[in-house]
Design a protein around this ligand. Structure first.
Ligand code: FES
Ligand code: FES
Length: 122
């Protein structure tokens, strides 16, 4: 049912945690299932230098967060804003249909954190 990449990122998630002095913090709660994700950003010269996340959710949501973190660390804020939910699911070699909403959490929480960073004017 799950691709090898999903299982890898679920059992060994990258970049789990909190950044205490984060430059931007975002959160997304899934309307479908109530799972939630928090994203913490460290931004230097418009580039995401570090990202940590906390996900209270299913395996697909954790795998999506982990993949999202790998996709955007080292990227500019504009590149990160262009990351779509579909791109996260594709990078995981797909998710089963009932689990597609889980990948939405990752990109949405990321975009919320970037919005927060911009509002703070850090
Ligand atoms: Fe909430 Fe996935 S339904 S854990
Ligand atoms: Fe709801 Fe995965 S985030 S089931």
């Amino acid at each position: 049912m799950y691709s090898d990449k999903v299982i890898d990122h679920f059992t060994n998630p990258r970049n789990v945690g909190v950044i205490i002095d984060a430059d931007g913090v975002g959160e997304k709660v899934s309307a479908s299932c109530g799972d939630r994700m928090k994203v913490f950003l460290k931004v230097v010269d418009g580039v995401i230098e570090d990202l940590k996340f906390q996900t209270y959710g299913c395996g697909a949501a954790i795998a999506s967060s982990s993949m999202m973190s790998e996709l955007v660390i080292g990227k500019t804020l504009d590149e990160a804003l262009a990351l779509t939910n579909d791109a996260v699911a594709e990078a995981l070699d797909g998710l089963p249909d009932p689990k597609l909403h889980c990948s939405n959490l990752a990109a949405d929480a990321l975009h919320d954190a970037i919005k927060n960073y911009k509002e703070e004017g850090a």
